[in-house]
Write a protein that binds this ligand. Structure first.
Ligand code: A3P
Length: 303
């Protein structure tokens, strides 16, 4: 909240920009929260060595990781995550309200979030000691989650059918670009960046206790057992669904139409099986194989 009690960022959401898409370096970004200036400023952002960056392709567990990192840096105390909106305590680097959010939140270390592909941040990260956490998720679940999100997020493109969405997603024509390029480029930096920690949504889901412990050691914030347990508890799907500082219900209805869905939708692994037809699965497989054949990591397809 600002001194006037207004929630940071909300007054900057201009109705006139609801349907605008900004194109930057060949990628589209929703104009409600991005401008050419905000994108350019993010590309040249001056990081502090103590900064923590959460980098993700949309719908891969971004909000969950914001919650976990907030909790880790508070040793499991949920006060901050329950009183300050996620976009203020872990603002998106490329969003228009970044400066306001940084001013409003004096917490250290700074937690920043980005959906930028690696290429757009590579020069800003050059020589920096910032710690980057990259989270990826089974792309079939990402696609389903993204499709549902587009239905409720009025500032994202709308799609009549999942087939239509899937085609655009596989072509990399949805906001934030190609999932394939995003995941391949960020994860391949593990050989060049020693301050990069990669983890999957599936690992977080299967063993949040272990994932949080590993993440906290990476952040040089080792936790006591009860502190890890508190992080697990307050970042659970059920806790976050109830937390209005994380569940997007603070956003006005014309921005996030809550009658069309829930941001904390299912929080499951393998929901794609309820949506993909056999033809869509084959179509996905052929594109995946052609795009990812040179990738050295692997997706956890089944758990
Ligand atoms: P679903 O739509 O599959 O439910 P992002 O924050 O990157 O936009 O990702 C949103 C997805 O993460 C949604 O997936 C949401 O439900 C899921 N999610 C958020 N918090 C979660 C949690 N604590 N546990 C499991 N999934 C979570």
């Amino acid at each position: 909240m600002s001194e006037t009690g207004e929630i940071v960022g909300l007054s900057m959401l201009e109705k006139a920009r609801m349907d605008v898409m900004e194109t930057y370096c060949g990628i589209i970004f929703p104009g409600l929260v991005h401008t050419q200036e905000s994108l350019q400023r993010a590309v040249t952002f001056q990081f502090q060595d103590t900064d923590i960056i959460i980098a993700t392709y949309p719908k891969s567990g971004t909000t969950w990781t914001q919650e976990i990192v907030t909790l880790i840096t508070r040793r499991g105390d949920p006060h901050l995550s329950e009183t300050v909106p996620n976009w203020v305590r872990a603002p998106w680097l490329e969003h228009i309200y970044l400066e306001d959010a940084l001013k409003a939140s004096s917490s250290t270390p700074r937690i920043l979030t980005t959906h930028f592909p690696y290429q757009l941040l590579s020069s800003a990260l050059q020589g920096s000691k910032v710690k980057v956490i990259y989270v990826s998720r089974n792309p079939k679940d990402v696609a389903v989650s993204y499709y549902h999100f587009c239905k409720m997020a009025e500032f994202f493109p709308s799609f009549t059918t999942f087939q239509e969405f899937l085609h655009q997603f596989l072509e990399g024509k949805v906001p934030y670009g190609s999932w394939f390029d995003h995941v391949k480029d960020w994860t391949s930096q593990t050989t060049t960046m020693n301050n990069l920690f990669t983890i999957t949504y599936e690992e977080l889901w299967q063993d949040p206790h272990d994932a949080i412990k590993r993440m906290s050691s990476f952040l040089h914030c080792p936790l006591e057992e009860n502190e890890v347990n508190n992080c697990v508890k307050h970042s659970s799907f059920r806790a976050m669904k109830e937390n209005k500082m994380a569940n997007s219900t603070l956003l006005p209805e014309h921005v996030m139409n809550h009658s069309k869905g829930s941001f904390m939708r299912k929080g499951k692994i393998g929901d794609w099986k309820n949506m993909f037809t056999e033809e869509q699965n084959q179509y996905f497989k052929s594109i995946y194989e052609s795009k990812m054949n040179d990738w050295s990591s692997e997706i956890v397809w089944e758990v």
